[in-house]
Write a protein that binds this ligand. Sequence first.
Ligand SMILES: [Zn+2]
Length: 293
Amino acid sequence: MLTRLYRITLLLLLSIPVYSQSKSITTMMQQKQVNSTCLSIGKKLSSVTFNECLELNLSPSQHHSVKHNSLLLKEYPPLLKRRQPQAKILMLGGIHGDEYSSVTIMFKWMSILEKYHSGLFHWKIAPLVNPDGLLQKKSRRINANGVDLNRNFPNNGDPKASLEYWKNRAYSDVRRYPGPAPTSEPETQWIVELIKEFKPDAIVAVHAPYGIVDYDGPPQPPSHLGPLYLKLLGTYPGSLGNYAGLQQEIPVVTIELPYAGIMPSNQEVGRIWVDMVRWLRKNIPQKVKSNEL
Ligand SMILES: [Zn+2]
């Protein structure tokens, strides 16, 4: 009996360093992934430096792109147990890899949150949803499988809607290929899972270059955010606005910056941010749905 007890104790003692060692190896590997992605982002984007990216302490999600780039996430969690945030907000940049400004602005807004996160909202930010599209010599809208991620979301259980829609349009082009089936792509699977787990009260997705604000879902859209005015573009099968906004009734604010390769001025970046937070504060979550009145 004593011998058995001795063996168990010995095993437990031995297992502690092995566990903490494997944990630290995992942490080191994760940090290596973040460093490598930050290095590539710093080389690609003129307005985001390697150090700027690194200092944000982005976390690698458990998901990877087609080319095994780490899909990075930053969380600004609730700050006080007694004060619950007003709402959970998910922000997405770089869904299209050739829209540089949509990634850069995420870094600018994260640096604002680094200083001023008050706990009013619980934020999750994916600054670069499509790293394979951005981080190559000639950046592309589509991912490494040639799929437009903003056409690859689920369609109310209809697996063929996006492909049929794409095939039937004369203007359909390879840059808007929705993939063989909804959520065929790892990057889209990641966002769908994130939405299911995090259950955001609103989603802000940034694109370029139409210079407007688009909106899907309840309640009333913002009339403008900084210099960008509301213009409803409608949705496509497989788009995020269709999936989250229309099918799940999660408000989706789509910010279309005016240029893909030129950032708005610092003042405009700040004005869009202030107007967006003001609108979220006033409207999200919608307290009573219109059909419940
Ligand atoms: Zn886009």
